[in-house]
Design a protein around this ligand. Structure first.
Ligand SMILES: [Zn+2]
Ligand SMILES: [Zn+2]
Length: 377
């Protein structure tokens, strides 16, 4: 097990290596064998654990002295073990903790040189269904912090520059012994920057960024829907002290349309037809969002509420090929203003109705009659 391998060998350093050499060797190896870099590789994971064990021991002067004298025996069966305990068993506990303490946050990032990038921003934009159909080039104005031009984002008066923090020596972090571990914290003097600005830039008051209106050209692709998100890389808030900016996310909202409702790529509309067209059949014409007129055949005897589908009359597929369908829901209208002549014709028509012509209504009346008899009996 790990207990058999010499800690100095593991870290590939001389026995005389000083703290700095140890740390840099550890950092190099930890990066190489970190589980994030070697997903699923048990060998790397084991090696990563061993390296952490070795470094935790050798970076502590007391532990190191004990190790130099007694070797691994110093940490076995409680022999010579100090405050840490449980060290020799390979049960190292929270590797993540020590790793983060040393590297300062997320793997790969960390270190004061890679300052945090600016915040991501959200911008809500309402567009018409027509615009969603055709796509649109538009301009938006966003109030967002941007890199201060006079100081170039440094926060220092132009011509001057930030001075290295003398509390942390430019490290951005100060170290403190906390029980078994050496813990690093953000430097209270420079707040982790490693630098102090003695003469702050007047434009940004040392912030390195200023709020300003930004006008952005936005290209909205055809087929976008409610909730579609468009990312404008680097258009979010400027990072502090010249750090890279965040992203701007455009959230789209589609306005209600007078005629069409949208479900995915399907466009739905309701169309009134006369009862004569419903009875005799015919054709209706629907002007689509695509600018074309879609002729739709009405079969004779159609009922109110029936949906008719026209292939290809719907919304375009976002970043894809083809278009959805156009669905027309039929509503049969009952005439309200009949001329004397029309009434006469309809009465004549009514007289020809025997009930046989319309099997559905015949069944309906019989059912009502039965129900009525049941109630009166
Ligand atoms: Zn400092
Ligand atoms: Zn400035």
């Amino acid at each position: 097990m790990s207990a058999e391998i010499d800690f100095y060998e593991l870290l590939e350093v001389e026995r005389t290596a000083d703290e700095k050499v140890l740390k840099s060797a550890y950092r190099k190896l930890a990066m190489k064998f970190h589980p994030d870099k070697n997903p699923g590789c048990a060998e790397s994971e084991a090696k990563f654990k061993q390296i952490n064990e070795a470094y935790a021991c050798l970076s502590d002067p007391q532990k190191r002295a004990a190790y130099d004298r007694y070797g691994h025996a110093a940490f076995q069966q409680g022999g010579g073990g100090g405050a840490g305990g449980g060290f020799g068993g390979g049960d190292f506990g929270d590797i993540g903790d020590i790793f983060e303490t040393i590297f300062g946050g997320a793997f790969g990032g960390g270190g004061r040189q890679q300052a945090r990038r600016g915040a991501d921003l959200r911008y809500d934009l309402e567009i018409s269904l027509e615009d969603a159909f055709h796509g649109k080039e538009t301009e938006i104005a966003v109030e967002v912090s941007q890199k201060c031009e006079p100081c170039g984002g440094s926060g220092a008066t132009p011509g001057t520059s930030a001075r290295r923090c003398n509390l942390c020596g430019g490290h951005g972090k100060v170290r403190a012994q906390q029980g078994f571990f050496m813990v690093e914290r953000a430097c209270p003097n420079c707040h982790g920057r490693g630098e102090v600005i003695e003469s702050p830039c007047k434009s940004c008051r040392g912030e390195g960024r200023v709020d300003a209106e930004q006008r952005l050209q936005v290209n909205i692709p055809a087929g976008v829907d409610n909730g579609t998100r468009i990312r404008l890389a680097g258009k979010g808030e400027a990072g502090p002290f010249g750090a890279p900016p965040g992203d701007l996310y455009l959230f789209l909202h589609i306005q209600r349309h007078k005629v069409f409702e949208r479900e995915g790529t399907t466009l739905l509309t309701r169309c009134p037809i006369s009862f004569t067209t419903a009875a005799l059949g015919g054709e209706i014409e629907i002007p689509g969002l695509d600018g074309k007129v879609h002729a739709i055949e009405i079969p004779a005897g159609i009922q109110s509420g029936k949906q008719l589908r026209k292939r290809g009359g719907g919304m375009p597929v976002l970043q894809g090929r083809g278009v959805g369908d156009l669905v027309v829901e039929i509503h049969v209208e009952t005439p309200t203003k009949l001329s004397a002549r029309q009434k006469e014709i309809l009465r004549e028509f009514q007289a020809t109705e025997t009930g046989e012509e319309c099997p559905q209504s015949k069944g309906f009346f019989e059912r009502i009659k039965d129900a009525w008899t049941d109630l009166t009996e």
